[in-house]
Design a protein around this ligand. Structure first.
Ligand SMILES: NC(=O)c1ccc[n+]([C@@H]2O[C@H](COP(=O)([O-])OP(=O)(O)OC[C@H]3O[C@@H](n4cnc5c(N)ncnc54)[C@H](O)[C@@H]3O)[C@@H](O)[C@H]2O)c1
Length: 257
C-alpha cells in the first residue's frame, strides 16, 4: 500500500542494500519520502536481484547511494552529510546488523568484537550523527534502531547477537530520554523471524525459524516490507507521542508461551 505519511521527510537507512534495510528504504519511498539515502558497505543485495537504488528510482523518488561501514564513526558522520543537499535527515534508520556462524557461550573474541562493532557501536554512531544533524537544524526528527526479538528474549545459540540487540533496546530508551527535550523521538523495532538472506544463511537460525512457524499466532514468517511499514509509521508524525519503545513485529511469537 502506498501512502504519504513520510511526505517532506528525508530518510537515511543503513544496511540498506539487502533484506530488511532494502525494504525499509523502498517502503519509505512508497510512503512518500522526499528523498532516501541508501547506505551500505556495498550496493549489491546479498539475496541478488535489483538494487535498492533501482527500485527507488523506479518510484520516482530522489535517492543517493552512500557507502559507509557503520562500525567506523567517521564514515557514519560523513554519511549524514549526504542528506544535506535535501535539507538534512528527518528519519534515521540504524538497521545494519550481522549474525555470527558460531555464537554460543564460547563465542570467539574476534567475532564478538566484530559483531558488537556493527550491531552496537554502529547503531550508536548512526543515532549520534543523526541527532547532531537534527539538533543543528532544529528538526523534530525520528530515529529508529533495528533491534530483534532476540534482544527481548535470549537464546543459547545467539549469545553475542542477543546481547547486542538487548543493548539496542536500552539504547533506544536512553536516547529517547536524552533527546526528547529537543523533540527528537527514538524507538526500536524488534523483528521476529523475517524471511531474508541473513535468516536463511545463519546456521541454526533458519531451522529455528521454521520451528517457530507453527508456534507463531500468524503461522508464517514475516516479510521485509512488513518491517518497512512499521518503520515508516515510527518515522512519520502518526507516531508523534511514541518514543523509547521497542515495537515487536513478530507475528505474535513472543506473545505466547
Ligand atoms: N531477518 C530477520 O529475521 C531479523 C530478525 C530480527 C532482527 N533483524 C535485524 O534486521 C537488520 C537487517 O537484517 P537482514 O535480515 O535484512 O540482514 P541482511 O544480511 O539481509 O542485510 C544486512 C545488510 O547490512 C549490511 N551490513 C553488514 N555490515 C555492515 C556494516 N558494517 N556497515 C553497513 N552495512 C553493513 C549488509 O551488507 C547487508 O546489506 C539487522 O540489524 C538484523 O539483526 C533481522
Amino acid at each position: 500500500m502506498n501512502t504519504n505519511i513520510l511526505q517532506d521527510k528525508v530518510v537515511v537507512v543503513t544496511g540498506a542494500a539487502s533484506g530488511i534495510g532494502k525494504a525499509v528504504a523502498v517502503q519509505a519511498a512508497k510512503h512518500g519520502a522526499k528523498a532516501v539515502i541508501v547506505s551500505d558497505v556495498t550496493p549489491e543485495p546479498r539475496e541478488g536481484g535489483r538494487t535498492t537504488m533501482e527500485e527507488i528510482e523506479e518510484l520516482g523518488v530522489p535517492a543517493r547511494f552512500h557507502r559507509a561501514d557503520v562500525s567506523q564513526r567517521a564514515q557514519v558522520d560523513d554519511l549524514l552529510r549526504a542528506a544535506d543537499e535535501f535539507g538534512g535527515v528527518d528519519v534515521m534508520v540504524a538497521n545494519a546488523g550481522i549474525t555470527l556462524h558460531a555464537d554460543g557461550f564460547d563465542v570467539a573474541e574476534a567475532d564478538y568484537r566484530r559483531l558488537m562493532g556493527i550491531n552496537l557501536d554502529g547503531t550508536l554512531f548512526s543515532a549520534q550523527a543523526a541527532a547532531r544533524s537534527m539538533k543543528a537544524r532544529g528538526k523534530a526528527g525520528s530515529i529508529v534502531l533495528m533491534a530483534s526479538m532476540g534482544g527481548i528474549s535470549g537464546a543459547g545459540m545467539t549469545v553475542a547477537y542477543s546481547t547486542s540487540k538487548g543493548g539496542v533496546v536500552l539504547m533506544a530508551k536512553s536516547l529517547a530520554d536524552a533527546l526528547g527535550p529537543d523533540g527528537i523521538r527514538v524507538n526500536a523495532v524488534a523483528p521476529g523471524t523475517i524471511d531474508t538472506h541473513l535468516l536463511r544463511t545463519s546456521p541454526g537460525i533458519a531451522e529455528a525459524a521454521e520451528g517457530f512457524r507453527p508456534r507463531t499466532p500468524l503461522r508464517r514468517l514475516g516479510k521485509p516490507s512488513e518491517i518497512g511499514d512499521a518503520v515508516a509509521w515510527l518515522g512519520s508524525d502518526l507516531s508523534s507521542y511514541v518514543t523509547g519503545t521497542a515495537l515487536l513485529v513478530d507475528g505474535g511469537l513472543l506473545a505466547v508461551i
